[in-house]
Design a protein around this ligand. Structure first.
Ligand code: NAD
Length: 280
């Protein structure tokens, strides 16, 4: 069994970005909007900031309390869209309940949509055109599979989860690689019978130990996108790692699998948007 080491691959991508950034006269800049007091969101935003600063990027964090209005965030995004010093704009999700996330995503300039969530970028991805940015987590999953030379062509793959930020774009990227893709979700019946036939199982549900050993075919590749907290400190994936590792040929750990790849891809997207915006 081979552990798919996302942490190591992410480090390699970040080192490469750091070297490329050092050679730039003007640095890439990432703006992050945090309008939620959820502790996990605060941790995600501070890790993004730390990573951006380590690469030499400019990091702009806009934090709001629950008195913030939709209008104020719209005005901020419009201002960031106009500011040629800002290359990437990210709205950290979820937002306070009174705010409308989709409306904010849609007013981000697609050329600065570093998360790849804007309908223009989603549409380009679905049409097989090059989006300005590809959603970070699905992009990270494909990079891990590529790094370990896991061929996707003709493989039977199941993606468990159909969210706009993970399941759906990941299914699209897998289809582009000529995999035969099944997307499962909360209403799927007999999930175990389906997963047991798959060469690659990718889980993005958010329930600890959801994917058990008896759901996996011998020598399948298992990718765990899920993050949930079992206790205050311990981060759990969707996969019952200790048991599934005995049957899988390749498996991602949590932590140290898909998570670090998401942030590395966010930094790569920021750099790519910078290049696109500064092209002569
Ligand atoms: P989401 O809540 O939007 O989607 C969860 C999906 O799971 C839904 O599509 C739902 O239909 C499906 N689901 C729920 N119960 C199910 C069941 N019993 N059987 C089959 N499918 C079921 O979540 P999301 O934003 O897509 O994130 C999914 C998980 O991935 C979460 O744990 C999240 O924290 C994690 N995540 C991790 C990273 C990372 O960098 N590792 C990035 C994004 C999300």
């Amino acid at each position: 069994m081979i552990i798919l080491d996302g942490k190591k691959l992410a480090k390699k991508i970040l080192e490469d970005l750091k070297t490329k950034t050092e050679a730039l006269a003007k640095k890439p800049s990432l703006a992050v909007i945090l309008a939620n007091d959820n502790p996990s969101s605060k941790i995600y935003v501070s890790s993004k900031e730390k990573c951006a600063l380590e690469l030499g990027y400019q990091s702009l964090i806009y934090k709001f309390d629950n008195t913030v209005t939709q209008e104020k965030l719209i005005a901020l995004i419009n201002e960031l869209n106009q500011n040629s010093d800002v290359n990437g704009i990210l709205v950290q999700l979820p937002l306070f309940n009174h705010l409308n996330a989709q409306q904010l995503i849609e007013i981000i300039n697609p050329k600065k949509d570093v998360d790849g969530f804007h309908p223009i970028n989603v549409g380009k991805l679905n049409c097989g055109l090059k989006p300005y940015a590809i959603c970070c987590t699905p992009k990270g999953v494909i990079k891990i599979l590529d790094e370990y030379k896991i061929d996707l062509e003709g493989k039977n793959v199941i993606v468990i989860g159909r969210s706009n930020i993970v399941g759906k774009p990941l299914a699209t990227l897998l289809l582009q690689r000529n995999a035969t893709v099944t997307v499962a979700h909360s209403k799927t019946k007999n999930l175990k019978e389906i997963t047991k036939t798959k060469d690659i199982v990718i889980s993005a549900v958010g329930i600890a130990n959801f994917v058990k050993q008896d759901m996996i075919k011998k020598d399948a590749v298992v990718i765990d996108v899920g993050i949930s907290k079992q206790t205050n400190t311990k981060i759990m994936g969707d996969v019952d790692f200790e048991n599934v590792k005995n049957i899988a040929s390749h498996i991602t750990p949590v932590p140290g699998g898909v998570g670090p790849m998401t942030i590395a891809c966010l930094m790569e997207n920021t750099y790519e948007l910078y290049l696109e915006q500064n092209k002569k």
